[in-house]
Design a protein around this ligand. Structure first.
Ligand code: ADP
Length: 406
């Protein structure tokens, strides 16, 4: 069965085509800088004859619709031999960022589900609208396919109320849905499942801390296989220091920016979401660049890395306490998978908690699952590549199977 996965971000579309149940990736790519003057598209695919093709092009995309139609062009390109007609795609899996309290599982999309996702737009104004647009355009291009939504918040719906409620008057939660939702759920769940498989232990017996460090960063405490606490909150702004987001901040800073510095709500929002984090501290949201600058002796870069890794360490300690025991810490995503320096510094000084990284194993470059702890480390430390699109394809596939057997 061919499953197309569409992940519409706040200015990009990631897409992958899989054959399931073999989990073979036939095509994968990204459309970037949607709505900007200069955009781009890149993709890699394997033709039915086994030939690997890689393409990269500059092209401006005015909106998500034009980006999605360009993706369809690639899918139907005769010489690639991926698809002959739209009916070849049986399922389209969509990443939807916010599922609120309504969605704790993936769902098959119908009019009612679309309305419910629409109703959640106030909670995710930057993310749910492009997700909705992706779904609508995909209905037009693949009218015969089943459309499935997989929610980024769903995995965190198991948080206990003392972890998801804020200590503010009840009506903000009861009437206005103000609570912790958490994000990156698909990734946290996927690497937790991969860890269970790798460790040959049932997921429901494991206590894990998953550390997703990409442009957005978040950590999750997983108790007996379920999300128990997570560092993003009502929005993706909370928690770790990120590429352009501040992470945790005293909310009074916002009053100060507004009242004292006369900044508007929109300016404050932009500052904390787009101009802060590594970008605010070191003028770049590319960690490779900051690591390089620190090695050249630049103080600003050094300080940015200190803040970044100190925050991760604080959350490791907090989640250790929340869980009581930890079987494994898992690093994933762009930084988590590729930066030995960030992993080492985040875990430094936690020897008394039984967290001991092995420098040689940590430095080794591989792209598969691996352990990087010392033999006497009570806690396993794993590096596990995330694959949100594959996780979505799996969920969508399972949903189709259960629907068919209903
Ligand atoms: P996204 O959240 O956009 O999917 P990624 O998971 O691709 O992001 O992660 C992007 C981040 O990963 C960037 O900050 C980039 O600098 C960082 N990164 C990628 N490779 C390395 C590396 N070898 N060392 C340090 N950071 C890296």
């Amino acid at each position: 069965m061919k499953i197309l996965v569409i992940n519409t971000g706040s200015s990009s579309i990631k897409f992958k085509l899989f054959e399931l149940p073999q989990e073979q990736e036939l095509l994968g790519g990204t459309v970037e800088k949607i709505g900007e003057k200069k955009g781009s598209m890149r993709y890699m695919l394997t033709t039915p004859t086994g030939e690997k093709i890689e393409e990269q092009m500059e092209e401006a995309f005015t909106d998500y619709r034009s980006g999605l139609h360009k993706i369809a062009e690639v899918l139907f390109k005769r010489e690639y031999g991926l698809l002959n007609n739209p009916e070849d795609i049986q399922v389209v899996g969509h990443r939807v960022v916010h599922g609120g309290e309504r969605f704790s599982q993936p769902v098959r999309i119908n009019d009612q589900v679309l309305q419910q996702i629409e109703a959640l737009v106030p909670l995710a104004p930057l993310h749910n609208p492009p997700n909705l647009e992706g779904i609508k355009v995909s209905y037009e291009i693949f009218p015969a396919a089943q459309q499935m939504a997989v929610f980024d918040t769903a995995f965190h719906q198991t948080l206990p109320s003392f972890a998801y409620r804020y200590a503010i008057p009840h009506h903000f939660y009861e009437k206005h849905q103000v609570r912790v939702y958490g994000m990156h759920g698909t990734s946290h769940q996927y690497v937790a499942q991969q860890a269970a498989h790798y460790l040959e232990r049932p997921l429901q017996n494991l206590h894990l801390i998953t550390v997703h460090l990409g442009n957005g960063c978040s950590m999750t405490a997983i108790k007996e296989g379920k999300s128990f606490d997570t560092s993003m909150g009502f929005s993706p702004l909370a928690g770790l220091v990120m590429g352009t987001r501040s992470g945790d901040i005293d909310p009074a800073v916002i009053f100060y920016m507004g009242r004292r510095l006369q900044m508007s709500m929109d300016e404050i929002d932009q500052t904390l979401n787009k101009q802060s984090g590594l970008k605010g501290l070191a003028h770049s949201n590319d960690l490779r660049d900051i690591i390089q600058r620190e090695a050249e002796g630049e103080q600003e870069a050094k300080q940015a890395l200190e803040l970044y890794t100190y925050r991760i360490k604080k959350y490791l300690g907090a989640y250790y306490a929340a869980l009581g025991k930890v079987d494994a810490i898992i690093f994933t995503a762009g930084v988590g998978e590729n930066s030995p320096l960030i992993r080492a510094r985040s875990c430094a000084g936690l020897e008394r908690l039984g967290i001991l990284i092995d420098p040689a194993k940590n430095a080794a470059k591989t792209t598969t699952i691996r352990e990087i702890q010392q033999p006497n480390s009570a806690v396993k430390i794993l590096v596990i590549p995330t694959n949100e699109e594959l996780a979505i394809a799996r969920e969508a596939y399972e949903l189709v199977q259960t629907k068919q057997s209903d």
